[in-house]
Design a protein around this ligand. Structure first.
Ligand code: GDP
Ligand code: IMO
Ligand code: MG
Length: 431
């Protein structure tokens, strides 16, 4: 049975949530394997909007198992609130339909405080533009071997020891920043109060998934963010604090790399970015304004305006290689309707040389200027198209050129936020 990984191939917000929801009809289990509630995934089903941050985007489909893997960092208070919000929309969430890996690290209130304090203290040029959700500090504590994990909530003595270990690091740090020290007793009381609500969903996810796999169940892995925000391969340091590329899917839930049969990259038909950092094809003109307005480019998590620019084929070719993408889903094609001319970046100029990839050094990334090729646009509407035959010739040419330039086929196309406004070219789950 085929198992599929869905990953973002740009700077996030490519439309992963919509496509994971669409694909989850074909899957039995849907797993988040990294990131946290810095993600914002919007689903639109018959006009009803679901905004998900920590819950996997398969959660609204009945009869599916949703999994939060150990590669995620989990804010337990946020999760319980999100569950309530989604339940209020009529979705059933129980210990049968949602599992959280016991070894998942927790985001605690002081992680968010530290994240925001650092951003406030940062000067121009060093600010990352994080979501302020405590993602970076929580991953730092995981690697620093002082994070509190879901399983620690089950035993008071362990929990107290873990809290002491975390405070040993954080209180001196806070003192240095001029921030009030953490109140041990108050934090322990908060954690003991939230524990039963989280432990209800706790499970040895690696074991459950191994059994599901043996039983021939199909697993869909849902990535958050996008490859250019990856901690190793993104535009460092303007990145998130986890590996977001497809290789993380296996370690982020506890499976071998052979569990993954197909990697689907989600690619927006143009480019957007939230937060700071280099963005070679960014537009500051009427075309950029138009992309933002037509694409409703405001963040689901922070409401921030997304920066917009032309499609960057050089970058997507690079991220297809890094994530081992087998096919892409090209989303938001409809946003390009009515542009007289479209530009596609095919490489960069740097110090008089032409490059076909974005270099690693931050100063070079910032100095790269895009090399464009131009194509005529199309005047017809592609909005809501559900078959290849519904697409105007100009749009088909654009899609074909994107395929050629990135060296990867289009497996799916998306033409509106609605679940069913999706065109299937090749089924990623096909054996
Ligand atoms: P994600 O983070 O990758 O899941 O993407 P987001 O949900 O943050 O952002 C994508 C936005 O585009 C959401 O508001 C979606 O409803 C919307 N969207 C997804 N696919 C399409 C599409 O094909 N056309 C249009 N116009 N909007 C889309
Ligand atoms: P989805 O899953 C877009 C960006 C932030 C910031 C950087 C670091 O919806 O695609 P963090 O809070 O993670 O430490 O912030 O990463 N960022 C995202 N941008 N989509 C996301 O998720 C993002 N998650 C984080 O804006 O630049
Ligand atoms: Mg998003």
């Amino acid at each position: 049975m085929a198992n599929v990984v869905v990953v973002g191939a740009q700077w996030g917000d490519e439309g992963k949530g919509k496509i994971v929801d669409w694909l989850s009809e074909r899957a039995d289990v849907i797993c988040r394997f990294q990131g946290g509630h810095n993600a914002g995934h919007t689903l639109v089903i018959d006009g009803e909007v679901f905004k998900l941050h920590a819950l996997p985007s398969g959660v609204v489909r009945k009869g599916k198992l949703s999994v939060i893997g150990n590669g995620v960092v989990l804010d337990p208070w946020h999760l319980l609130k999100e569950i309530e919000t989604i339940r209020a929309q009529g979705v059933e969430i129980t210990a049968e339909t949602l599992m959280i890996a016991e070894n998942t690290p927790l985001i605690l209130p002081f992680h968010g405080e530290l994240d925001r304090a650092r951003e406030e203290a940062a000067s121009k040029g060093t600010k990352i533009g994080t979501t302020g959700r405590g993602i970076g500090p929580a991953y730092e504590d995981k690697v620093g071997r002082r994070v509190i994990r879901v399983a620690d909530l089950a035993d008071d003595a362990t929990l107290e020891a873990r809290v002491d270990r975390a405070l040993q690091h954080h209180n001196p740090l806070r003192k240095g920043l001029g921030v009030e020290e953490i109140d041990r007793e108050a934090l322990l009381a908060q954690l003991k109060e939230i524990a039963p609500g989280i432990l209800e969903y706790a499970a040895p996810v690696w074991k459950v998934l191994s059994e599901k796999r043996k039983a021939g169940k199909r697993i869909l892995f849902e990535g958050a963010q996008g490859a250019l925000l990856d901690i190793d391969f993104g535009t460092y340091p303007f990145v998130t604090s986890s590996n977001v590329i497809a290789g993380q899917a296996a370690t982020g839930v506890g499976m071998g790399p052979g569990a993954v049969n197909y990697v689907l990259g989600i690619v927006k038909a143009y480019t957007t970015r939230v937060g700071e950092g280099p963005f070679p094809t960014e537009l500051h003109d009427d075309d950029g304004q138009r992309l933002g307005e037509r694409g409703h480019e405001f963040g689901t998590t922070t409401g921030r305006k997304r920066r917009c620019g032309w499609f960057d084929a050089a970058l997507v070719r690079q991220t297809c290689a890094i994530s081992g993408i087998n096919g892409i889903c090209l989303t938001k094609l409809d946003v390009l309707d009515g542009f007289e001319t479209l530009k596609i970046c095919v490489g960069y100029e740097l110090d008089g040389k032409t490059l076909d990839y974005l270099p690693t050094a931050a100063d070079e990334q910032a100095r790269c200027t895009p090399v464009y090729e131009e194509m005529p646009g199309w005047s017809e509407s592609t909005e809501g198209a559900r078959s290849w035959n519904d697409l105007p010739a100009g749009a088909i040419k654009y899609v074909k050129r994107v395929e050629e330039l990135i060296g990867c086929p289009v497996a799916l196309l998306s033409t509106s936020p609605e679940r069913e406004d999706t065109i299937l070219v090749t089924d990623p789950f096909a054996d």
